[in-house]
Design a protein around this ligand. Structure first.
Ligand SMILES: [Zn+2]
Ligand SMILES: [Zn+2]
Length: 147
């Protein structure tokens, strides 16, 4: 299987129970088959070192205007789109097999986006309970019988 971004041969690596294909010594991108990304995230509550430290050819320039083909499917082009509704990270996905191609650094960005989303959700929860406590407290004050 060849890298969709730089045509370097992909190397298979094992991360937990998931086998991934990385462009080691090339552009350091990572191919995830459908659902592998979710499995890696679930098993590692984030990202493994092996995926962050993929060896990269420093001289290699990735041409982002180049139309990328799915490394799994014949004659299917990857589609670039935002990974989530937050529209922070763009990824390439195959419309046929559902696999993802992440360029070097995109996995970290997706992870950072998730962490931020979780923090914001937590913060929103905290704000709601603070508001509820203040509301109850005010009610208590009002219910207090006059002296
Ligand atoms: Zn590559
Ligand atoms: Zn495909």
């Amino acid at each position: 299987m060849d890298c969709p971004a730089c045509s370097h041969a992909l190397t298979e690596i094992q991360v937990g129970s998931v086998k991934l294909d990385v462009c080691a010594g090339g552009c350091a991108g990572i191919w995830f088959d459908a659902f592998e990304l979710q499995r890696v995230e679930k098993e590692h509550s984030g990202i493994g070192d092996a995926l962050v430290n993929v060896p990269r050819d420093p001289a290699l320039q990735v041409d982002f205007s180049f139309k990328r083909s799915c490394p799994r499917c014949d004659d299917i082009k990857l589609k670039r789109h935002f990974f989530s509704a937050r529209k922070e990270v763009e990824v390439d996905q195959c419309p046929n097999c559902g696999g993802y191609w992440l360029d070097a650094g995109e996995l970290e960005k997706i992870h950072a986006e998730k962490v931020r989303a979780a923090e914001e959700a937590h913060l929103a929860d905290t704000n709601i309970s603070m508001a509820a406590i203040r509301f109850l407290y005010r009610q208590r004050l009002q219910e207090r019988p006059p002296l």
